[in-house]
Design a protein. Structure first.
Length: 225
């Protein structure tokens, strides 16, 4: 049975994981952004001036979710306390740092190009945009996906959280990796959902096992007077 402080650590970790999943979901749920994420870079830049407010809000939420996810996985690593989890944290933190660079580029340079450059986008923008996109793809496709797979295995082995949430984390990592292998890029929704589900379930108290009192075995002795 868990002690009080340990329960508190599990719930704090759950809250961080839930927030790390919900913030980026809130950032991409606006339908006005969906074709921006799927369009070619030139087409997206042409569409962006009419949607700058939604774009900037979405980018800020994605950056906030990425920052919180670093804290969430650090807390999860402390709970698991295994070498595998510490390796996963290194991978996840590196991938998240790359994501923050990519999102910062989109929030600043891409916003400037759409708002101020108009049809005269400088030539240097396009190679930098490709570089930013490669950071995004490399983070989710290689680093984050691997980290989620390792975290999933660690949760299954240690059972610090519900065992099947480890499979949820592993499935999120596997889906990211599969997208990267198939398309060279990926939609990050599997990570958001995996973190949110794991966090929500960590906030739900686990029912303690009820032990039945020991029963006396053997045949009772009858005394004859």
């Amino acid at each position: 049975m868990r002690t009080g402080p340990e329960k508190g650590a599990v719930r704090a970790t759950g809250a961080l994981l839930l927030l790390a999943g919900l913030l980026p979901i809130a950032g991409v749920v606006d339908p006005r952004l969906w074709d921006l994420f799927t369009a070619s870079p030139r087409h997206a830049l042409a569409l962006l001036p009419d949607r700058l407010g939604a774009w900037q809000t979405g980018m800020w939420l994605l950056m906030a979710g990425t920052a919180v996810s670093i804290a969430a996985t650090a807390a999860l690593t402390r709970l698991l306390d295994t070498t595998a989890a510490r390796c996963a944290l290194a991978l996840f933190t590196t991938g998240s740092a790359l994501l923050l660079v990519s999102y910062s580029f989109d929030l600043s340079v891409t916003t400037w190009a759409a708002r101020d450059a108009g049809p005269h986008v400088p030539g240097w923008y396009w190679p930098l945009n490709s570089w930013s996109a490669s950071l995004f793809a490399g983070s989710y496709g290689l680093l984050t996906s691997t980290a989620l797979l390792v975290y999933g295995g660690a949760v299954v082995r240690t059972r610090v959280l519900r065992r099947w949430t480890g499979w949820v984390l592993a499935a999120g990592g596997a889906l990211l990796l599969a997208q990267f292998a198939a398309f060279g890029s990926e939609a990050p929704a599997p990570q958001f959902v995996a973190l949110a589900v794991t966090g929500a379930l960590a906030l739900v108290p686990r029912r303690a096992a009820v032990r039945e009192p020991a029963r006396t075995t053997g045949t009772p002795t009858t005394t004859h007077v």
